[in-house]
Design a binder for this molecule. Structure first.
Ligand code: DGP
Length: 211
């Protein structure tokens, strides 16, 4: 039986890293993160380095070019994800194609265009959206120097995530209130995953295949 593929999404400061690590321990899963690559949590591949330099505002790139780089960073990790799941190991993943769509749509690119490069990636069994208001997110330690870390950008990202939610098949997108305590959020995330049916087939469905 293959492992479960669980994605955690949300705005900057929603608590994804903490919850990914809690959930990965609870499920004895491998924790991975985008942008980045398996098994490292940093931005070390050639593509990861370009993304990093863009995020820390050391380089400028066309909005579509950076969108494609984020997608390419997921594609370069695809085989690793598949191999891990097929070996029976669960994966908990911090951000995925949904962040790709949300952040680029927030910059004004079209939803369909943003979705296209990620069509066919391994489809998560479930995506947990850690929901937090922009105001509350911005109060959590404030935003740093990275691109996108502003209230106006995060508000648009939140709207884009709401659009993605409407587009997701029943049961594939679960919203968890990220304003609760760390323990409460962790318990809810764990219960979402424990209530999932065992994967019905050994292989993963392609993402956005029916749309
Ligand atoms: P994080 O390491 O999770 O804090 O992400 C760094 C920043 O990159 C964060 O502001 C969100 C943004 N980001 C993550 N994934 C994507 C993506 O696929 N596309 C775009 N445009 N931005 C992304």
């Amino acid at each position: 039986m293959r492992g479960l593929f669980v994605v955690v999404e949300g705005l900057d400061r929603a608590g994804k890293s903490t919850q990914v690590s809690r959930l990965a321990s609870a499920l004895d899963a491998k924790a991975i993160k985008f942008p980045g690559n398996i098994p490292r949590e940093d931005r070390t591949t050639a593509i990861g380095k370009m993304i990093d330099s863009y995020l820390v505002q050391q380089s400028e790139l066309d909005d579509r070019a950076i969108h494609l780089l984020f997608s390419a960073n997921r594609w370069e990790a695809r085989q690793g994800i598949v191999t891990c799941l097929e070996s029976g190991k669960n994966i908990v993943c911090d951000r995925y194609a949904f962040s790709g769509i949300a952040y680029s749509c927030a910059k004004g690119l079209s939803y369909q265009w943003c979705k296209a490069p990620d069509v066919g990636l391994p489809e998560p069994d479930v995506t947990i959206f850690l929901d937090l208001s922009v105001e509350e997110a911005s109060r959590r330690g404030g935003y740093g120097e990275e691109r996108y870390e502003s209230v106006s950008m995060q508000s648009k990202v939140r709207e884009a995530f709401a659009q993605i939610r409407k587009d997701m098949p029943q049961g594939k997108w679960v919203v968890v209130d990220a304003g609760k305590s760390v323990d409460e959020v962790a318990a809810e995330c764990e219960s979402v995953v424990r209530s999932l049916a065992k994967p019905s087939s050994a292989s993963l469905a392609p993402l956005f295949a029916q749309q």
